[in-house]
Write a protein that binds this ligand. Structure first.
Ligand SMILES: *[C@@H]1O[C@H](CO)[C@@H](O)[C@H](O)[C@H]1NC(C)=O
Ligand SMILES: *[C@@H]1O[C@H](CO)[C@@H](O)[C@H](O)[C@H]1NC(C)=O
Ligand SMILES: *[C@@H]1O[C@H](CO)[C@@H](O)[C@H](O)[C@H]1NC(C)=O
Ligand SMILES: *[C@@H]1O[C@H](CO)[C@@H](O)[C@H](O)[C@H]1NC(C)=O
Ligand SMILES: *[C@@H]1O[C@H](CO)[C@@H](O)[C@H](O)[C@H]1NC(C)=O
Ligand SMILES: *[C@@H]1O[C@H](CO)[C@@H](O)[C@H](O)[C@H]1NC(C)=O
Ligand SMILES: *[C@@H]1O[C@H](CO)[C@@H](O)[C@H](O)[C@H]1NC(C)=O
Ligand SMILES: CC(=O)N[C@H]1CO[C@H](CO)[C@@H](O)[C@@H]1O
Length: 341
């Protein structure tokens, strides 16, 4: 049953897309019908969804005291609205929820996302959100930013997230998410930032991630990822930051990483990487931090590292590196920290 179920719902099957398409069309129809009854897009249903969510929270925080029945949600703390064109009208709709550090104790699954189709921005970082990231998140088709670090989210990252084609930033760091990194994240080709640092996700880094060619930051650190770095990461040529540290990743550091010409910080420490430091990465002349410590790296330190003139921090300790420190490293005038012990 399990296998059949996951097969049928796998994001790579045409059936899933058909279902999504039907679901989205259905929701749009509903929205239209609803809007028609009210002579336009209804702020009322957005108002209701937010108040219903508030009612499910364990002692709603002070910041939410302005969330009251007979006021406009556009006046509430943490809520922003915008006027959107709808036929000849320009109704106000809820576009932002921004309540970081607010002590919200509740579940996102209780928030009726299908009533909030105009949300572009969610920042609920550093609250006490627990439970899963709900599959209903697929309703948020206008979402650009999803910021949920520092919560207690559990369960798997729903593959439905791959349907949010407008998403530019996802931060799910510092939660307790488990399961695999869904390959369908690779459908979010507008993403500039993807951070799932400090969770309990496991399995391989999907090679499909190489399709996210607009990524500037990729943080998949401090989890339980295993397998090799996919060569396709070499396609992410806009990356400034690549953090994969604190996992059980193994195999060689792929020389394809030398294509990441904008890379400033490469942190691969505390994994099981083996093989030599690829000489090709000494082409990454913007590299500022190179952390390779606590791995099984062998061979000698390439003299070409001396070409990385803006390198500030180079940590290579606890590996099986042999030979001496090349004198060329001495010409790295900016090198503040060189720890090869
Ligand atoms: C929003 O609040 C202001 C005063 O703070 C008030 O004048 C205005 O009527 C409110 N708007 C709505 C739609 O509730
Ligand atoms: C989280 O919010 C609390 C206040 O609610 C604050 O003291 C703490 O510094 C915040 N933590 C982070 C990581 O932002
Ligand atoms: C969620 O919102 C939609 C759209 O307003 C509505 O049709 C639906 O009944 C709501 N669901 C619940 C459980 O309130
Ligand atoms: C609302 O969201 C947009 C992105 O969709 C963002 O540019 C804007 O800064 C947000 N406003 C606030 C007050 O956070
Ligand atoms: C990405 O990289 C792989 C291997 O490095 C390559 O075969 C592929 O064509 C590249 N392009 C995309 C869009 O994945
Ligand atoms: C470094 O880049 C240059 C061109 O910028 C190329 O000719 C050379 O082969 C590269 N070296 C390595 C080791 O990748
Ligand atoms: C890099 O360093 C090597 C050895 O130190 C040197 O021969 C080479 O010319 C330098 N420059 C480039 C672009 O590789
Ligand atoms: C339309 C589209 O790009 N679909 C892709 C979404 O992601 C899955 C898994 O990576 C692909 O198999 C689909 O082709």
């Amino acid at each position: 049953m399990q296998t059949l179920g996951s097969k049928m719902l796998s994001c790579s099957t045409p059936l899933f897309y058909l279902c999504c398409l039907l679901l989205v069309s259905f929701l749009l129809l509903l929205e239209e019908a609803h809007a028609a009854r009210h002579g336009g897009i209804s702020l009322r249903s957005q108002h209701t969804a937010l108040l219903q969510w508030k009612a499910t929270l364990a002692s709603p925080p002070l910041q939410m005291s302005s969330w009251q029945e007979n006021t406009s949600p556009c006046n509430w703390t943490g809520i922003m609205c915008a006027a959107v064109r709808h036929g000849r009208r320009m109704p106000w709709v809820v576009t932002n929820i921004s309540l970081p550090d607010a002590g919200i104790h509740g579940q996102l699954g209780e928030l009726n996302f299908s009533a909030l189709p105009f949300l572009t921005y969610i920042d609920l970082q550093n609250n006490s959100l627990h439970g899963a990231l709900p599959a209903s998140i697929i309703s948020l088709s206008a979402l650009l930013i999803l910021n949920l670090p520092y919560n207690q989210l559990t369960g798997e990252i729903p593959y439905e997230i791959g349907g949010l084609r407008s998403l530019m930033q996802i931060d799910l760091s510092f939660n307790r998410l488990t399961g695999l990194i869904p390959a369908c994240l690779s459908n979010l080709t507008m993403l500039t930032g993807l951070a799932i640092h400090q969770n309990m996700v496991s399995g391989p880094i999907p090679e499909e991630i190489g399709r996210l060619v607009n990524l500037q930051g990729l943080q998949l650190s401090n989890s339980a990822l295993s397998g090799m770095i996919p060569k396709t990461l070499g396609n992410l040529t806009q990356l400034n930051i690549l953090y994969l540290f604190g996992n059980q990743l193994s195999g060689p550091i792929p020389h394809e990483l030398s294509r990441l010409v904008h890379l400033q910080r490469l942190q691969l420490q505390s994994n099981d990487f083996s093989g030599p430091i690829p000489i090709s990465i000494t082409n990454l002349t913007k590299m500022n931090q190179l952390f390779l410590f606590e791995n099984q790296i062998t061979g000698s330190i390439p003299v070409e590292l001396g070409n990385l003139t803006v390198l500030n921090e180079l940590f290579l300790y606890t590996n099986q590196i042999t030979g001496s420190i090349p004198s060329e490293l001495g010409i790295l005038l900016n090198l503040q920290e060189l720890d090869l012990s």
